[in-house]
Unconditional design. Structure first.
Lengths: 290, 295
């Protein structure tokens, strides 16, 4: 892999160009968030030469940038999205806690205990990951309607936790498999119960894995669309779903939509950088270790 | 006494108490919907009477004769195949390019991760704007080099709409492949490469005879995980084209969703989503068998 200086130069340039191409849509979208309407609708598209504005963020989040620094005024209007961001955060956080709690306990048993049908049980968990969301959303819509769960945090938290469970179980199992079972065995000899081993020894050792699992669950809930679209109507909506409300009969409010979109990327991106070490294992549901 | 017994069972070596919460939620949210879908596929909502009525095999007969269904099946497979090939080939090429410890390469890998955290529905919106015939940056670029007729908007022309959606899909998920392949490449042992260098093998030969075979397990897992999601595609087509123009971008998931929620065909929608489920389960499990993917 160590070529001459010129081949290394060429490779570096090619790498930067390729990544720039992939980064361009994100740059362009962010630039739209800082543009006035007439700069968005300019032809040819304005990439760099435009007068930046904070209007879009003010309309969407009630944040304005004045001479006295940043001021926050809870706004009104159809495009005021701060409550929707809050909804997304609540749903993503609670569903992550639920999914990780259930998955950690189950994954410990799947990693440490020998019982008949363990292998097929793992297969069953994996196969629930293959269910198309539409095949779950249709029946759940009718059930939720009967139980008054449409438009509720409870309903959304449950469905997003379910959606993330197969991933969380398989991922946590792979992290527990990394911890040598001799540790458990010697603790049993010392008279510790299974639960004590789990709580006092294995859980603290798997901290990094739990964090990685939680981050991925959070992001998948944060970006989920079909369940949120189907199981909420008016009073509760997540960020991906409200993005379509910017499309109105008199045109699309691209600047406002981009402000919401650009702001929604930042927290997720910070989270994912924190667990980059385990990212590939997470994306492959625990089957590939870095 | 009872409490003590229960307590001993909970902390014992029996897996049941550990698995119970998981089994309960999976039963309620996957097995129940499955049974309900099967039941629903033999019924249909009758608006006149505002009730579900038993219709026997009618929905299944309709499915067989529904050209829209067969069309959406072809579209879903086309989308699946094109996206997978592009993401695999581009992903491998970029992974090979970025597999270096040189200055800045770690930063570049981090930047690529960004696409994965954007909600697909918002990615759809991004590309909707960029492919707008008047002020979209992609349309402008293609028009100015003469590849695109200004009178044929990308997403409103039947022959190009699917390609327009696929661009968003491939943009967002190629980095997924890149990250997985990079991890695979980094874990490869150096000895076969050293031997090949001594034998004077060309870099293409090395890739074809050494890298690809040793990466086969990694590639199989990437295909499985991505393939499952590709077959369920909904977000991009819902946001960007709603299936149109005509039926040129109708995916199975979108068609099932619209039958249920837009046209109040509850029974037929359930039938369609059931078929989608069965196809995914069969293909994915066959693939797991053939490729010997293990968890």
């Amino acid at each position: 892999m160590n070529g001459s200086f010129s081949t290394r130069m060429l490779r570096t340039i090619a790498a930067w160009v390729v990544v720039a191409v992939f980064f361009f849509p994100i740059y362009y979208w962010t630039s739209v968030a800082f543009k006035h309407g007439n700069d968005i609708f300019n032809r040819p598209p304005k990439l760099f030469a435009f007068t930046p504005t904070f209007d879009n963020f003010q309309k969407v989040f009630g944040i304005s940038l004045g001479s006295g620094g940043i001021t926050v005024t809870p706004g009104g209007g159809n495009f005021y999205m701060a409550p929707r961001v809050w909804d997304s955060i609540v749903i993503a956080t609670l569903s992550t806690v639920l999914a990780v709690a259930i998955a950690t306990v189950a994954a410990y048993a799947l990693s440490r205990m020998n019982f008949r049908g363990r292998h097929s049980f793992v297969g069953w968990v994996l196969s629930t990951r293959m269910m198309p969301p539409v095949a779950v959303a249709v029946p759940m819509f009718f059930i939720y309607k009967n139980f008054g769960l449409i438009d509720t945090y409870t309903g959304m938290v449950l469905i997003h936790a379910l959606m993330n469970l197969p991933l969380a179980v398989l991922l946590m199992k792979s992290f527990f498999d990394d911890i040598p079972s001799e540790i458990d065995e010697s603790a049993i000899v010392d008279g510790a119960s299974r639960f004590m081993i789990f709580r006092r020894i294995v859980l603290p050792m798997a901290k990094g894995g739990i964090a990685a699992t939680a981050v991925l669950c959070f992001i998948f809930s944060w970006t989920e669309f079909l369940f949120a679209l189907t199981l909420t109507t008016t009073s509760l909506k997540t960020v991906p779903v409200v993005s379509s409300t910017f499309v109105t009969s008199i045109g699309t409010a691209w600047g406002n939509m981009a402000a919401l979109g650009a702001a929604s990327i930042i927290p997720a991106f910070i989270f994912i950088l924190l667990v980059q070490k385990h990212l590939v294992r997470g994306l492959t549901m625990g089957s590939l270790k870095q | 006494m009872r409490v003590a017994q229960a307590r001993r069972f909970v902390i014992s070596d029996h897996p049941l108490p550990w698995l119970l919460p998981l089994v309960a939620i999976l039963l309620v949210f996957t097995v129940y919907p499955l049974i309900y879908n099967i039941w629903l596929s033999f019924h249909e909502f009758v608006p006149r009477r505002r009730a579900l009525e038993f219709v026997g095999m009618e929905n299944w007969v309709q499915l067989w004769n529904d050209t829209r269904f067969w069309q959406s099946l072809v579209i879903t497979f086309t989308y699946f195949a094109i996206a997978l090939v592009f993401e695999l080939v581009l992903g491998m090429a970029i992974a090979l390019l970025l597999d270096s410890d040189g200055f800045g390469f770690g930063f570049l890998r981090g930047v690529l991760t960004m696409t994965l955290v954007i909600p697909p529905a918002i990615v759809g919106m991004m590309y909707l704007l960029m492919e707008d015939p008047q002020f979209g940056v992609i349309s402008y670029l293609l028009q100015s080099i003469g590849l695109l007729n200004p009178n044929n908007p990308i997403l409103a022309t039947a022959s190009t709409a699917l390609a327009g959606v696929l661009v968003a899909e491939i943009w967002q998920w190629t980095p997924f492949m890149v990250l997985i392949f990079l991890a695979g490449l980094r874990a490869l042992p150096p000895e076969p490469y050293e031997a090949a260098m001594i034998d004077g093998a060309s870099s293409f030969q090395i890739f074809r005879r050494i890298t690809l075979p040793m990466m086969s397990k990694v590639i199989a897992i990437a295909v499985l995980v991505r393939g499952i999601d590709l077959f369920r595609v909904f977000d991009y087509v819902f946001v960007m084209t709603s299936g149109g123009p005509g039926a040129s971008t109708y995916s199975l998931s979108l068609y099932a969703w619209q039958q249920t929620f837009s046209f109040v065909k509850w029974g037929y929608g359930a039938t369609l989503s059931l078929v989608t489920l069965v196809i995914i389960l069969v293909i994915a499990n066959l693939f797991i068998r053939i490729a010997k993917v293990k968890w």
